[in-house]
Design a protein around this ligand. Structure first.
Ligand code: AMP
Length: 113
């Protein structure tokens, strides 16, 4: 996807601090961390939001969720972590390439839910 910053990271066209990569996903440190540990888990294939995915394509989310405990363990998040997916304007999504935030490394702030 042209002009998508996460597609460029996936393609290695712009630098990132990768912490995990396989055939389907990449995980890298957020450039503007909102917690001591803040990593983004990104499908390599471009989808702006969940609404763009069909059932088969959504397999990558199952894969990502199954790898997150391992990624979290490599990040030292044995005491827990929070996952966030922002979808669209009301949620404040700023990068329109589906991604899962992993936040941890500290006691996190007040929960919204
Ligand atoms: P969201 O608001 O859910 O769309 O989250 C987008 C996240 O991407 C923000 O937390 C940004 O700090 C982060 N971000 C934007 N550009 C980069 C980049 N080049 N490398 C790492 N993280 C980035």
């Amino acid at each position: 996807m042209e002009n998508c910053i996460f597609c460029k990271i996936v393609a290695g066209e712009i630098p990132s601090q990768k912490v995990y990569e396989d055939e389907e996903i990449v995980a890298f440190k957020d450039v503007n961390p909102q917690a001591k540990v803040h990593v983004l888990v990104v499908p390599k294939q471009h989808f702006a939001t969940l609404a763009e995915m069909n059932l088969a394509q959504a397999e990558v989310l199952k894969h990502a969720m199954m790898r997150i405990p391992f990624i979290a363990s490599t990040l030292g998040l044995g005491n827990g972590y929070r996952l966030i997916v922002n979808q669209g304007a009301d949620a404040g999504q700023t990068v329109h390439h589906l991604h899962i935030h992993i936040l941890g490394g500290q006691t996190l702030g007040e929960k919204m839910v």
